[in-house]
Design a protein around this ligand. Structure first.
Ligand SMILES: [Cu+2]
Length: 373
């Protein structure tokens, strides 16, 4: 009898939980009520909390396919907004993501046959673009596969507690076969890199364990066609390298140091945007003349101190780190150090084919170049 009451109790609690929380899928449709009022982005002002969240996710072009492995062209518009749980009563949204770290991946990194011995989050370089809204409770579970040889972690930029920083404690070192869930409240809005933070960090990043995430403002930005672009490089000869350390002191003369063997060193042989050399030379990005475009740009290049983005035939407004609402200045080139990022907004004035590329000619020649048409 006691057992029965207990079971009934649990059932009742689950029922209560289910009635206050809602999981949603992105293909739901909503009838427009006659008293609906549109705000500047067409979001219905007087809808309930859940409907507003669902509409905002649609406007953000959140993918319905959370398990998709996007190729370099699909990566431009693949925004993964996680498994969503909405608490209407508390006006609270939670988003859950899972990143599986796999070593021993062989990924194509050009359309000419070059392949890379990659380490990946969910099978791609860069890892998927995670998207959320400021104030969302975010849980990212990182699984380090049992077959892997190294520990890994997830370090996200933005504001969060130390235990979710991916450096100290259990979240800083996930050994093969283990997992860890990083939890934080998304803040402030902006565009951010994420990457593994296990030593030697540059190698873990260069091998492919990096990506971007976007925290959108609660008040939506002006609606535009949006693209994600992440700049990286590939060092193809890893066997010559190891951890970066201070030089070894020469005991006979401490003002000198023992020089290391000459080697290939840390150098990128291929440069890309979105993981594949010359991808958008081969598959130009089609834009509409007079349309409004926004690019979330992140630089995850290792071994070279800076990278840049140059747009031909046009000027873009630039929002550094994406932490402001309006562009701070107009330019046709932006230079970013390692880990830096921002938002570009522009409108094609003329028809035709326009290049976009790094303004370092070496990077351009080695893959970081594309076309807008
Ligand atoms: Cu790692």
């Amino acid at each position: 009898m006691t057992q029965k009451i207990k079971i009934f109790g649990v059932g009742l609690i689950s029922l209560l939980i289910f009635s206050s929380l809602s999981n949603y899928t992105l293909n739901e449709t909503y009838a427009q009520a006659s008293n609906d009022k549109n705000n500047k982005n067409g979001i219905k002002e007087n809808r309930g909390y859940t409907e507003k969240i669902i509409q905002y996710d649609k406007d953000k072009n959140c993918s319905k396919d959370l398990d998709k492995i996007p190729n370099a062209t699909e990566y431009l518009t693949y925004f993964n907004c996680g498994h969503v749980e909405i608490d209407e009563g508390k006006n609270n949204t939670a988003r859950e993501f899972t990143l599986i770290v796999e070593e021993n991946q062989i990924l194509p990194i050009s359309n000419q046959g070059h392949k890379f011995k990659a380490w990946t989050y969910n099978g791609t370089i860069p890892g998927l673009t995670m998207r959320m809204t400021e104030g969302d409770v975010v849980k990212i579970t990182v699984i380090n596969e049992g077959e892997n040889n190294f520990s890994h972690s997830l370090h996200t930029h933005s504001i969060h507690p130390a235990e979710s920083d991916g450096v100290e404690g259990p979240g800083g070192t996930i050994i093969p076969g283990q997992n860890f869930t990083y939890t934080f409240t998304a803040s402030p809005y902006g565009v951010y890199p994420y990457h593994c933070h296990v030593n030697p960090i540059a190698d873990h990043i260069n091998r492919g364990l990096h990506g971007m995430f976007i925290i959108d403002p609660k008040e939506p930005r002006e609606q535009m066609q949006e693209y994600a672009m992440l700049m990286n490089g590939y060092d193809m000869n890893y066997e010559l390298e190891g951890p970066i350390t201070l030089p070894v002191v020469d005991k006979k003369d401490p003002t000198e140091f023992v020089s290391e063997e000459e080697g290939g060193g840390r150098e990128n042989e291929i440069y890309t945007v979105n993981g594949k050399a010359f991808e958008y030379m081969d598959n130009p990005i089609k834009l509409n003349q007079g349309g409004d475009y926004r690019v979330y740009l992140v630089n995850m290049l290792e071994f070279d101190l800076i990278n840049s983005f140059h747009l031909h035939g046009n000027m873009f407004g630039y929002i550094a780190s994406g932490t402001g609402e309006e562009p701070e200045y107009k330019n046709d080139i932006v230079t970013l150090s390692q880990g830096d990022r921002g938002i570009l907004e522009f409108k094609p004035e003329f028809s035709g084919k326009y290049m976009f590329h790094a303004h370092q000619t070496e990077f351009t020649d080695l893959g970081w170049m594309g076309f807008l048409t």
